[in-house]
Write a protein that binds this ligand. Structure first.
Ligand code: PLP
Length: 390
């Protein structure tokens, strides 16, 4: 069948027409359990009533105004973010990729304004994913992302994930920043150990390098803290946020300390839609829920339960699974089969998972998944694994 859509995606032949919490309903009536959440986007499940309310209330009043004017919804969400994080300043985008663009510009402009314009290099890590723009693919450096797209944006230095010596050797007079995901998502749910993140912060302080964290996938409650870096007890200078923050509405942000953001003065950056009233109204509703300590306690309790049951699943199907890894509700099943085969078997058992690199199948359920739903999810994954094992 031919499609009018540019064929950049390998799509499964599934047509979802409705979502309710952890459920996605197919055109033919089948109810799929969604353990992918649109890749960590639908943090509070599909059609969450609070988010629907926030969106429709705002939609009935005002959809869009230019950033030429003050936008109270933007102010409110920015304040909620700065009240709950290290940050003093927030810029809103529509996606993670756009957050990456600004993070790169901000880090370089910082040093330019400090009279050190030679500091433009940004150290990044193998297996990383920061988006699909020219800067973001250059940041990742992976051949499959940059190949064929002409000159790669200069100034990124790539270091193997987890190689401390290579990292230290990569630091020069020209290093502006380090950009890293506290838990790699696309790279295969690879958490950076807390000690390493602490060590990274110390080196950045010692050498005068900005620490930029990409929490697009691991942020907004996903790991059981509001942001993943909180587990290590450190704070970044700049942080990229997107995915879960909008709960399904396109929304992203760059958070920064006053100092790190100081180069981005009037006229240096902008966005037509970034920080629009609809997105910010929904983002505020998401943040109100996720910043409630009781909500995060519940995420951690559910994460413990899911992990324990997944360990059991792995033990039951040693031909299919090698183990479980991850933090909170950002989990990866390491598989001995092709990840796509398990994802496919999951479709047949009406459960949705997401493949990643390094032989990982990702589980990123809504943060408010219930215990009963976890039990049902495991039953479906068990059926999927059994079909592969036989
Ligand atoms: C998804 C993702 C991005 C890109 O976000 P988009 O909204 O798709 O542009 C960047 N960084 C990480 C860690 C991601 O998971």
């Amino acid at each position: 069948m031919t499609s009018s859509v540019l064929p950049t995606y390998n799509r499964a032949p599934l047509h979802f027409v409705k979502g309710e919490g952890v459920w996605l309903i197919e055109e033919d009536g089948r109810r799929f359990m969604d353990l992918g959440s649109g890749i960590a986007v639908n943090a509070l499940g599909h059609a969450n009533p609070d988010l629907v309310q926030a969106l429709t209330d705002q939609a009935n009043k005002l959809w869009h105004v230019s950033n030429l004017y003050e936008i109270p919804q933007q102010e409110a969400l920015a304040t909620a973010l700065t009240d709950n994080t290290f940050a003093d300043r927030v810029f809103f985008t529509n996606s993670g990729t756009e957050a990456c663009e600004l993070a790169v510009k901000m880090a370089r402009k910082y040093w330019y304004d400090k009279g050190q314009p030679e500091k433009v290099e940004i150290i990044t890590f193998s297996g990383s994913f920061h988006g699909r723009s020219t800067a973001a693919i250059a940041a990742s450096g992976a051949e499959k992302m940059v190949k064929g797209f002409g000159p790669v944006l200069d100034g990124f230095v790539h270091v193997p994930w987890g190689d401390h010596d290579a990292f230290k050797a990569a630091i020069t007079e020209n290093t502006a920043a380090v950009l890293i995901e506290p838990v790699q998502g696309e790279g295969g749910i690879r958490p950076l150990p807390d000690q390493c993140l602490k060590g990274l912060r110390e080196i950045c302080d010692e050498k005068g390098i900005l620490l930029v964290l990409d929490e697009v996938q691991c942020g907004v409650g996903r790991t059981g803290k509001l942001f993943a870096h909180e587990w290590a007890g450190i704070t970044p200078d700049i942080m990229m946020v997107a995915k879960g923050i909008g709960g399904g509405f396109p929304l992203g942000a760059v958070l920064a300390t006053e100092d790190a953001g100081s180069g981005m003065v009037a006229g240096t950056h902008g966005s037509t839609y970034g920080g629009n009233p609809l997105g910010c109204a929904v983002g505020k509703a998401v943040l109100d829920r996720v910043t409630d300590p009781a909500f995060l306690d519940a995420v951690n309790a559910r994460a413990g339960l899911l992990r324990q049951k997944l360990e059991g699943l792995v033990a039951t199907h040693p031909q299919v699974f090698e183990g479980v890894r991850g933090v909170g509700l950002m989990l990866g099943l390491k598989v001995k089969v092709a990840p796509a085969d398990l994802v496919q078997a999951g479709y047949a058992s009406e459960v949705i998972t997401v493949p990643a690199a390094d032989n990982i199948v990702r589980l990123l359920p809504p943060l408010n998944i219930t215990e009963d739903e976890i039990t049902e999810a495991i039953a479906r994954l068990d059926r999927a694994a059994a079909t592969l094992a036989s």
